[in-house]
Design a protein around this ligand. Structure first.
Ligand SMILES: NC(=O)c1ccc[n+]([C@@H]2O[C@H](COP(=O)([O-])OP(=O)(O)OC[C@H]3O[C@@H](n4cnc5c(N)ncnc54)[C@H](O)[C@@H]3O)[C@@H](O)[C@H]2O)c1
Length: 449
């Protein structure tokens, strides 16, 4: 099928476009960002995601994808128009729909025959109804037929290519059964369950999933805090919980709190549109509050350990909000830097793919070219992202490079008994400093059995 992706160079738009191209569709990725379009036309990626370079090569070699900033071409040459533009948080927590509204108006104005218009962006419940009105009001000829479909995206950055190509399910919300036939044809080569529903329920599914995932993270961070205070072993607790089939293992690792472009903004948006529908959501408000506490606890710990911070060097490993992506939007690492930066201390950062960050933070930290350079003579090493190369670090070498052997491991990636035996002051999440517990590289329970 011929599909245009509006917002086609973004994380979701690009991966959707290339993924659908791999499934044999003819894709036009349209975006207003001419820099990213030019890069893609040179076969260069404007973003980093594991596996994306291979996907781009495959789709371009097969001549299945075309990149343009011309909306007219995108609308003329497609049967399906997917909208994947950003829907960021506005200052009051509501979703800013301005990019979506703008795109819909322009698309409507260029349509001359039937199109299926698919909203892939995450949007508050009822936005498909709004989209229908916008299209109607902006058509050149009011008799041109169209359908609005909700098709939320569930990919996880860092694993986005695999998630798009092998989703757990595809959710399609339609208000006209004929558009369901078109959408099923689009996804017929994906051998996964398709959940067919109305547009409002499809829009709501996305918020339900993200609210649940955020709740799990805040939940386990709270369990980690209690465990630390009562000297219980967080790794034994986690291992045991993850083996419980009712609970499962994903999104259950204590850490610096959830970040990234989606969970926080979607939770705020949910709270905001629920409030307009006269539903107060105390649980989700608490999930957000708990998340704020997490970074503050880490900062308090670092400051209390370093005592006199003057002249100290602090090293932060990892800037992206999770491993496998270069996305630093709402990254816990950046929140940490915002709160930690002080003229009295020197902050050195290293990330395998992120080589600059937003200003003013960028000019207030030093980017190291290697982990070794970042760690040399440092007084405190803070791990913020679970990149594999950090997990593989030789702690003995790190110990000899550091001036003051203090590690704050917010992802619990290091074998802490080893860290303790080497002489580090080691602090994980849910692990009190200097407390010996089961090594996370082996499983406590497995050893006992
Ligand atoms: N990033 C994720 O992990 C993820 C996962 C699921 C859903 N989502 C949702 O998908 C949507 C897109 O997110 P993203 O992370 O890909 O955002 P993004 O910022 O990476 O990409 C958005 C793209 O839209 C383009 N754009 C904006 N206005 C445009 C217009 N009028 N015409 C054409 N292009 C336009 C921008 O230039 C940008 O390239 C959001 O609603 C987000 O909540 C994101």
């Amino acid at each position: 099928m011929k599909v245009a992706i509006i917002g086609g160079t973004g994380y979701v738009g690009l991966i959707t476009g290339l993924g659908l191209a791999l499934h044999g569709h003819d894709i036009i990725c349209m975006d207003t960002d001419t820099r990213k379009i030019a890069a893609l036309n040179n076969r260069e990626l404007p973003i980093y995601e594991d596996g994306l370079a291979e996907l781009l090569k495959e789709a371009t070699d097969r001549n299945k994808v075309f990149f343009t900033n011309c909306l007219q071409t995108a609308v003329n040459k497609s049967e399906i128009i997917m909208i994947a533009v950003g829907t960021p948080e506005s200052t009051n927590g509501e979703t800013d729909l301005s990019h979506l509204i703008q795109a819909l108006k322009l698309v409507a104005n260029l349509m001359d025959s039937y199109r299926t218009i698919v909203i892939k962006s995450t949007v508050p419940v009822g936005t498909c109804d709004l989209a229908r009105t916008i299209i109607k009001d902006n058509l050149k000829n009011r008799f041109i037929p169209f359908d609005i479909v909700s098709n939320p995206e569930f990919l996880r950055e860092g694993n986005a290519v695999r998630d798009f190509l092998n989703p757990d399910r595809i959710v399609i919300g339609v208000d006209n059964p004929e558009s369901a036939v078109i959408m099923k044809e689009l996804y017929q080569t994906f051998k996964v369950p398709i959940v067919l529903t109305d547009t409002r329920s499809a829009e709501m599914v996305k918020y339900a999933c993200n609210a649940y995932l955020a709740t799990r993270i805040s939940f386990i961070n709270e369990i980690a805090e209690i465990s630390e205070k009562v000297n219980a072993d967080i790794h034994a607790i986690l291992e045991s919980m993850k083996l419980d089939k009712r609970i499962g293992g994903l999104y259950l690792n204590p850490g610096p709190g959830f970040g990234g472009p989606c969970l926080t903004k979607d939770l705020k948006s949910l709270i905001s549109f629920a409030s307009k529908a006269k539903a107060e959501l105390p649980l989700f408000k608490a999930v957000l509050e708990r998340n704020e506490v997490q970074i503050n606890n880490i900062i308090k710990f670092v400051i209390s350990e370093l005592k006199d911070i003057r002249g100290q060097k602090i090293t932060v490993l990892g800037l992206s909000f999770k491993a496998g992506t270069n996305d630093t939007r709402n990254s816990p690492a950046l929140h940490l830097l915002e709160k930690l930066i002080d003229p009295k201390i020197r902050i050195h950062v290293y990330d395998p793919v992120v080589k600059s960050i937003e200003e003013p933070l960028n000019s207030r930290v030093s980017f190291s070219k290697s982990i070794e350079e970042a760690v040399r003579n440092t007084d405190c090493l803070i791990v913020m992202t679970e990149w594999p190369e950090f997990k593989e670090l030789d702690l003995e070498t790190v110990y000899h490079l550091m001036r003051n052997p203090l590690i704050v491991d917010t992802r619990n990636i290091f074998p802490y008994n080893k860290a303790l035996s080497l002489g580090f002051r080691y602090k994980g999440i849910g692990i009190g400093i200097g407390i010996a517990c089961a090594d996370n590289s082996n499983g406590t329970l497995k050893n006992i059995i």
